[in-house]
Design a binder for this molecule. Structure first.
Ligand SMILES: [Zn+2]
Length: 437
């Protein structure tokens, strides 16, 4: 079996391969994984989408044909600014029990733990019921065209998968208690640009047709609007599990639907960044561009918004409201909508039950709950095909650790690697078992 030290060293070597996307260069990462699999006596195939951008697939053959189980991960990472980090984001330094590196949480550690569990299963020599496929792809962080989308064409059998396990959920530690968030759906990406045109001129002579002022006024109205807090079956199940027996200003949690009708509970839910973002549409102003000189009135200006919609919200209804708020002085350009936004995966399934039992066997009687990922992942491609797809990496993260994802000083603890290894093994054992339909 892969021991902790070997797994940690494997992860550190993987983190040292710079797969910042753009441009990606994931082929180096895929070759690294292939070399490891080769040393373990397992064959694999590399699928190059465009020069330098590659995906890798390895398989443990099952006793039945078709409907494989996929352990999915991505090789690419988001950019890291060296000067903002306290150490080199691609040196995989270990300090105070943590491995630092871009991709530590998102998601090279999960790729390595899934790989270790996959290799360990293969070493046992037991034949799983369904094929178990280890798949690591490129291009997740920028759209997925060369990654999952490319692979679904290159290996059509993937479209017939019975189940996909990937990122988006983990165990979460808050106020001393731990629960597992198994992501079964994600919010819809709905980004847009506000554009304004006006009349240029000298800053000393305002004329009321200033592109920047139009953008500021429209952005203020958009940002001031409070999107309604809404309960969905997934979030009701989640909050009913997490907040059971909790109090907000002396009022016991009455269930999500009723909580949203109670002022005290609404305030409490809104104040928590994570709760707030899974209960409503969010609209975030991320880029402002306008003007070049302090004494010149700009004739053009624009603002970029990153909005994430509840899975039940349609793009068209959302933009009806945005248009009203923005007013007539600005134009709206919708971006990022080509990405499919399918409905949730079911969670009254043997897969959910199996993961729950595996985690409770390792962690005691913790709540294992369905969850909504606020970011977008490659699982949307599989959910779009109706394949049950869960985001879950069995490690316990604090909110602080979670927030470092895509931020500075991203890190994962050595204790997490141990947990991830044990958890992935337990989950792979279940996924290979006769309980899978
Ligand atoms: Zn990711």
């Amino acid at each position: 079996m892969m021991n902790l030290d070997t797994t940690v060293e494997l992860l550190r070597d993987f983190l040292r391969i710079d797969t910042t996307n753009p441009p990606g260069n994931e082929e180096k990462g895929a070759l690294f994984l292939q070399e490891f699999l080769r040393r373990e006596g397992l064959s694999s195939d590399i699928y190059v989408a465009v020069p330098g951008r590659a995906n890798i697939l390895s398989r443990i053959k099952g006793s039945l044909n078709g409907k494989p189980i996929i352990l999915l991960g991505h090789i690419d990472v988001v950019p890291a600014k060296r000067d903002e980090w306290m150490c080199d984001p691609f040196a995989a330094e270990v300090k105070d029990g943590f491995i630092y590196g871009r991709g530590a949480i998102d998601m090279k550690a999960q790729v390595i733990c899934q790989l270790a569990a996959f290799v360990d299963y293969a070493r046992q020599g037991v034949i799983p019921k369904r094929d178990i496929i280890f798949l690591a792809t490129c291009d997740e962080e920028v759209g997925g065209d060369h990654g999952v989308e490319f692979m679904l064409d290159a290996v059509p059998e993937l479209k017939d998968a019975s189940f996909v396990l990937s990122e988006g959920g983990s165990m979460f530690e808050e106020n001393g208690s731990v629960h597992a968030q198994v992501s079964v759906t994600e919010k819809r990406l709905s980004q847009f640009i506000l554009k304004a045109a006006g009349r240029g001129g000298h800053g000393s002579m305002p004329h009321g047709d200033n592109a920047n002022e139009k953008i500021v006024a429209a952005a203020r109205r958009i940002l001031a609007y409070k999107w309604p807090l809404k309960a969905m079956p997934v979030t009701s199940a989640y909050f009913d599990g997490v907040l059971k027996d909790q109090y907000a200003e002396n009022i016991k949690f009455p269930g999500l639907k009723d909580a949203l009708r109670t002022r005290e509970w609404r305030n409490c839910l809104e104040r928590n960044e994570m709760y707030n973002s899974v209960l409503r549409n969010t609209v975030t102003l991320t880029i402002l561009k306008g003007g070049e000189k302090v004494n010149v009135i700009p004739s053009e200006s624009c603002a970029y918004f990153d909005s994430r919609l509840l899975p039940s919200q349609t793009h068209d209804k959302f933009f009806e409201k945005i248009k009203k708020l923005a007013g007539n002085d600005v134009a709206i350009e919708r971006i990022g909508e080509k990405i499919p936004s399918p409905g949730p995966s079911q969670y009254n399934t043997v897969y959910f039950q199996g993961i729950k039992e595996a985690m409770q066997a390792l962690k005691g009687n913790i709540p294992v709950l369905p969850f909504v990922t606020t970011g977008a992942t490659d699982m949307r491609y599989f959910r779009d095909l109706g394949i049950p797809s869960y985001g879950f990496f069995p490690v316990t993260l604090t909110k602080e650790q979670h927030m470092r994802m895509h931020g500075k000083d991203e890190r994962i603890s050595l204790a997490n690697i141990k947990e991830g290894l044990d958890g992935c093994r337990a989950i792979v054992n279940f996924l290979a078992s006769d309980r899978i339909p």
